[in-house]
Structure formats: C-alpha cells, structure tokens
Design a protein around this ligand. Structure first.
Ligand SMILES: [Zn+2]
Ligand SMILES: [Zn+2]
Length: 319
C-alpha cells in the first residue's frame, strides 16, 4: 500500500536572489519533513521530492501560492517508500544543464516549442511528416523510448546542442520532442527553433504525464527516473522490453551501477550475470580494490565522503 508520494515538477520563471531562495527553500522543505533533490537557478525551479501525502500537499500548496510558481504542474506518483534518503536544494547556473547560459539565445519563458498534451502527442506522433525526437541521454533511451523515435548518442544533455547538425535533414518536418518530465524539452525545442527548425512541438509533462493520461501507448521499455526508483513502468497498453543485459544480451530492464566505485558505470544487467560478475561491468572492475560488496540490487547508497577539494573545484567549473 502506498503511504508516500513522489512529486516531479519544474517551473521556468525569474527568481531574483535565487541563491538565497535556495537556502530558504531547503529549510522550508526540511520543516515539512520531505526528502528529495531540488535545483534552483535564476531561470527557475526543478525538483523531485518525496514525503507523506500531507506533507506533499502542504509543499504543493506553498509552491503554487507563490506567484512566481503559480503555473507549476506537479506529476504525482504514489510510492511505497520515499524515493530519496535526504533533502538537497542547491543553487546552480541552470535548472537543467545545457551549457547555453545566454538568455538572449535560449529563454523558454519567451520562446519554446508548442506544448502538446499527451493525447495530442499520441494523435500526431505517427503522422507522415512527423519526427519524434528523444532529447535524453544514452542511459535513459537505452532503457526505454517511444517506438520509432530518433535518439541521440549523448552522455549528457549538455551534449545536445552539438548534435543538432545531425538533425538538419529534418528541418522541414514537424519535430515532436520528448523527455522524462518535460523540462529538457523546453530548452531543446527552443534551441531547435533558434537553429531554424520550422515546426517544433514538445510533449508537455514528458513521458511521466503521458503514462498517466494515455496509459503510455507505444512507449517501449521503462522510463529512467532520477531517484531511488531508477526506472518506472509507463506503458499499460502495449508494453515491451527493449533493453538487454550488457554482459549476456538477454532482455532485462534492470539498471545497475557497476560495483566498482571507481567505475560506477550505469548499465543494464540481468540477475544471473549480476551474481556471476558480482555486479561488475568487466573483469577488471571485479578485481578493482574499490569494488563494493554486491547485494543483488546494484544500488549503492551514497555515503558522505570526506571533501576532496580538488574534485569539488572541478565540479564547480563544469557546472
Ligand atoms: Zn546477463
Ligand atoms: Zn565497471
């Protein structure tokens, strides 16, 4: 029985004093006893949080009560346990990192692709002059994607801009973009328009809302999510498994992290290969001194590490 809820949401809006807001918002979330991960930037708010129904209701009411976030749409999942262990709320340069920081170039608040509701997306996606474009990364679309979607070979959304040239042949088609919850599409579709694509649409609310409103028809595989659940089912109409075990090639939807902490590669692995390799992607990882004990889940709780200053500095520069 579900005792908790997980909320997924974003809102592109101008936040002045965003750094200060992030600190206050963290304290507010802690006072509500919710857990999750929230990113605050000058351009808006992006979060996944988890808690009891009451605390989630209180959180949503407070966010919607703030005029800056009045248009926020929450995607609500019933879950058996909170999808996070701790509460993080951090200030960053963008709510979804694209590397395009010039708001004169890309500003979803001013110009972005036309929003399609799940029902409209479903009606349009198989039309002849339509291209369905997955704007997510390899580890996401390898686990699940729309039937006939075009996918990009990218490790991170920040690599998306560099891939636009590969899509030039579709410039005169209708482009329907989609992602997990809709946030990446706001930027991806804005960028496509900026690059001269004529008709660009985006799936409003992403795969998650599509699953709830039209039962996920033609979404093959599972949807990768950025919390402890790792992946969720979407399709209740014509589900299919499309991902295969990295080691043996058998169909599996199980996404794990390599047991070698130094590698930590995110990949799909079946249970039997998991036990055979002790949760590792390769022989060399299996003998690495930093290999963690494998308990069958392939999930490793992040324990606080002593602060490595060199690494921290690098992270700040990249992000
Ligand atoms: Zn296998
Ligand atoms: Zn490995």
């Amino acid at each position: 029985m579900a005792h908790y809820r997980t909320l997924l949401y974003y809102c592109y809006t101008s936040i002045s004093g965003a750094e200060k807001f992030a600190t206050e918002h963290l304290a507010f979330c802690k006072s509500l006893n919710i857990v999750g991960r929230i990113i605050v930037a000058d351009e808006g708010l992006n979060g996944t949080v988890s808690g009891t129904a009451d605390s989630c209701d209180a959180y949503m009411a407070a966010v919607l009560n703030d005029p800056r976030f009045a248009n926020t749409e929450f995607k609500i999942d019933e879950v058996e346990e909170p999808s996070f262990i701790k509460m993080h709320c951090r200030y960053k340069s963008e709510i979804v990192y694209s590397g395009l920081r010039d708001p004169n170039l890309i500003d979803p608040k001013k110009k972005t692709g036309i929003h399609l509701e799940p029902k409209e997306f479903l009606e349009m996606k198989d039309q002849e002059d339509v291209i369905v474009l997955d704007v997510r990364s390899n580890y996401e679309h390898s686990l699940g994607r729309f039937k006939n979607a075009i996918t990009l070979d990218i490790e991170n959304f920040r690599d998306f801009p560099a891939k636009i040239n590969e899509l030039a042949q579709y410039k005169d088609k209708k482009i329907l973009t989609y992602c997990t919850g809709g946030i990446k599409c706001e930027k991806a579709s804005a960028l496509l328009l900026h690059e001269g694509f004529k008709e660009v649409y985006q799936l409003h609310g992403g795969i998650i809302k599509y699953g709830k409103e039209v039962d996920g028809k033609d979404f093959e595989g599972q949807c990768y999510v950025f919390d402890n659940r790792v992946a969720v089912d979407v399709n209740k109409v014509n589900p299919k498994i499309i991902s295969t075990c990295f080691n043996c090639g058998e169909a599996t939807t199980k996404m794990i992290n390599c047991a070698n902490a130094e590698c930590n590669e995110h990949f799909t692995q079946c249970d039997s290969c998991g036990w055979k390799t002790d949760g590792c992607c390769s022989d060399s990882c299996q003998t690495n001194p930093r290999k963690r004990p494998f308990d069958g889940t392939g999930y490793y709780v992040k324990v606080p590490q002593p602060v490595n200053t060199a690494k921290k500095l690098r992270l700040i520069q990249n992000d």
